[in-house]
Ligand binder design. Structure first.
Ligand code: GTP
Ligand code: MG
Length: 458
C-alpha cells in the first residue's frame, strides 16, 4: 500500500533532467505517515542477527618491555589463561608473536588475536625498535587491501587481522616517558589506535602515580603524539567517554590469582602488608580500561581502524600505484588509462634499467680488455728483456769457450813438445857404447837437444 502511494507521488512530478534528480528530490522531500506496520523497523535486528552469525574479530597489539606485565594483563582482561611463554632478554631484534583464539560470550563469537612484542627495549641501540611493529601493522593492512582488490573477493569470510588497538605499556618506575616510548608512540599514532597504560601500577604510590600521569600526558602533547581519544559524539556514551579521557593513561594492575578478601573471592595481588585488588577502582584503573576497551568502545576501535588508519594506508598505497580520483584537470578518472599509463611507465623504467645494465656491462668489458692489453704489453717487454739478457749471456759464454779452447790448444802443443823432448832424451841415454869418433861430439849433443827442444817450445 505504501509503495503504491509513493510511486504515485513521484509520477506526479515534472520530468527531471539526469543529474539534478537527486537535489530536486531532496528539496521536495515529504514525510509520510504509515497506515500500518510495514516491517522495515526490523532491519537493525536483521543486521544484529547477521553479525552475530558471522562473529567478530578483535585484534590487540601489546607493546612493552620484556616482563612488564603484558601477558598477565591480557589474562586478567579476558579472565582466562592464554598460552604464556616468557620472552628472553637476549633477542637481537624486536619480534612480534601473534596468537589467535576463538572466544564465546553468551551467543557472540569473537576471534581474538593478541600480538605481543618480544625483546622490545632489550637491544643496546633501540633507535629502530619501532620498525618491526610498524611493518607488522602495515602487513596486516596490505593483506586486507590485497583481498579487497581481488576479482573474487570474500571479505565476509576473510580473517581480518588488522590491529584495532595498541596498548602501549609504560614502566611505572621512571620520572616520565623514555625516549624509546615517545619515539615508538609517535611512529605508531598514525597507523593504529594507541592507548598508553602504566603497567604494574601497584609498585608506585598514589601521589607518585598522579604526578606520573600528568607528566606523561604533557609530554605526549608536547611531542605531538596523538593517542586514541574515546569518542564523545554519540550521546549515549559521551559523558562516560569524556570523563574517561581525563583518566588517561590508565594505571593498571594485572593478576589471575584468586584471593579471599572478606567473604568475597577477587582477583588480587597479595603482599605482606595487604592486597591490591585488580577490580577495585580505588586500587587501579583496570576496570576503567576493561570498560572502555571491551564494553563501550570496541566497535568504535574497529571502525576507527577501518575508516581512519586503514583508509590512510589504502589511499597512500593506491596513490603510490598510480590510482587517483580525479586528474589535475578534474576530468573523470579512468582505471583503464591509469593501468595503461602505469604499464608504459613500468616498461620505460625496465628499458632504462636494461640500457643501464648493458652500458655497465660494455664498460666493464672495455675496462677488462684495457687491463688485459696492459698486462700483455708488460709481459712482452719482460720477454724482450729476458731475451736480451739471454743473448748477452750466450755471447759471454761463447767468448769464454773460445778462450778455453785456445788455452787447450796451447797446452796440447806444449805437451807434444815436451813429449818429443822426452823421447829424444831417452834415445840419447840408450846408446852408451858408441864409437870413439863419436865421443868428441858426445858433449855437444845436449846443446843440440836443447836447441831442438827450445825450438819446439816456441
Ligand atoms: P614477556 O612476555 O616475557 O615480555 O613478559 P610480559 O610482559 O608478558 O610480563 P608477564 O605478564 O609475564 O609478567 C612478568 C612478571 O611481572 C610476572 O612475575 C608477573 O607476575 C608480574 N606482574 C605482572 N603484572 C603485574 C602487576 O600489575 N604488578 C606487579 N607488581 N607485578 C606484575
Ligand atoms: Mg608475555
Amino acid at each position: 500500500m505504501m509503495r503504491c502511494h509513493f510511486t504515485l507521488e513521484c509520477d506526479k512530478r515534472s520530468p527531471m533532467k539526469h543529474g539534478t534528480a537527486c537535489s530536486d528530490a531532496n528539496e521536495d522531500k515529504r514525510t509520510l505517515e504509515l497506515g500500518g506496520h510495514v516491517g522495515f523497523d526490523s532491519l537493525p535486528d536483521q543486521l544484529v542477527s547477521k553479525s552475530v552469525t558471522r562473529g567478530f574479530s578483535f585484534n590487540i597489539l601489546c607493546v612493552g618491555e620484556t616482563g612488564i606485565g603484558k601477558s598477565t594483563l591480557m589474562n586478567t582482561l579476558f579472565n582466562t589463561r592464554f598460552e604464556n611463554e616468557e620472552a628472553s632478554h637476549y633477542e637481537k631484534d624486536v619480534l612480534l608473536r601473534p596468537h589467535t583464539y576463538e572466544l564465546q560470550e553468551s551467543n557472540v563469537n569473537l576471534k581474538l588475536t593478541i600480538v605481543h612484542t618480544i625483546g622490545f627495549g632489550d637491544q643496546i641501540n633501540n633507535e629502530e625498535s619501532y620498525k618491526p611493529i610498524v611493518d607488522y601493522i602495515d602487513t596486516q593492512y596490505e593483506t586486507y587491501l590485497e583481498e579487497e582488490l581481488k576479482i573474487k573477493r570474500s571479505l565476509s569470510n576473510f580473517h581480518d587481522t588488522r590491529i584495532h588497538i595498541c596498548l602501549y605499556f609504560i614502566a611505572p618506575n621512571g620520572h616520565s616517558l623514555k625516549s624509546l616510548d615517545l619515539l615508538t608512540m609517535k611512529k605508531l599514532d598514525s597507523k593504529v589506535n594507541v592507548i598508553p597504560v602504566i603497567a604494574k601500577a601497584d609498585t608506585v604510590s598514589r601521589s607518585e602515580l598522579d604526578k606520573l600521569k600528568i607528566k606523561i600526558m604533557s609530554e605526549l602533547v608536547r611531542n605531538g603524539v596523538q593517542i586514541y581519544q574515546f569518542p564523545t559524539e554519540d550521546e549515549a556514551v559521551a559523558e562516560i567517554n569524556s570523563s574517561m579521557n581525563t583518566h588517561l593513561p590508565f594505571a593498571v594492575v594485572g593478576s589471575v590469582e584468586d584471593v579471599k578478601v572478606g567473604n568475597k573471592i577477587v582477583k588480587a595481588r597479595l603482599y605482606p602488608w595487604g592486597s591490591v585488588q585488580v577490580e577495585n577502582e580505588n586500587h587501579c584503573d583496570f576496570v576503567k580500561l576493561r570498560e572502555m576497551l571491551l564494553r563501550v568502545n570496541m566497535d568504535d576501535l574497529r571502525e576507527q581502524t577501518h575508516t581512519r588508519h586503514y583508509e590512510l594506508y589504502r589511499r597512500c598505497k593506491l596513490e603510490e600505484m598510480g590510482f587517483k580520483d580525479t586528474d589535475p584537470n578534474s576530468q573523470s578518472f579512468s582505471l583503464q588509462e591509469t593501468y595503461k599509463g602505469k604499464r608504459k611507465e613500468f616498461l620505460q623504467e625496465l628499458q632504462h634499467q636494461e640500457e643501464t645494465m648493458r652500458q655497465t656491462f660494455v664498460n666493464k668489458v672495455k675496462e677488462t680488455e684495457a687491463e688485459l692489453k696492459e698486462k700483455e704489453k708488460e709481459l712482452h717487454e719482460r720477454f724482450e728483456q729476458l731475451k736480451r739478457l739471454h743473448q748477452e749471456e750466450k755471447k759471454n759464454l761463447e767468448e769464454k769457450r773460445r778462450e778455453l779452447e785456445e788455452e787447450m790448444n796451447a797446452f796440447n802443443r806444449r805437451k807434444v813438445a815436451a813429449e818429443t823432448l822426452m823421447g829424444q832424451a831417452l834415445q840419447c841415454a840408450s846408446q852408451p857404447f858408441k864409437k870413439d869418433k863419436d865421443k868428441k861430439n858426445f858433449f855437444s849433443l845436449p846443446s843440440a837437444c836443447s836447441l831442438t827442444s827450445s825450438r819446439n817450445l816456441n
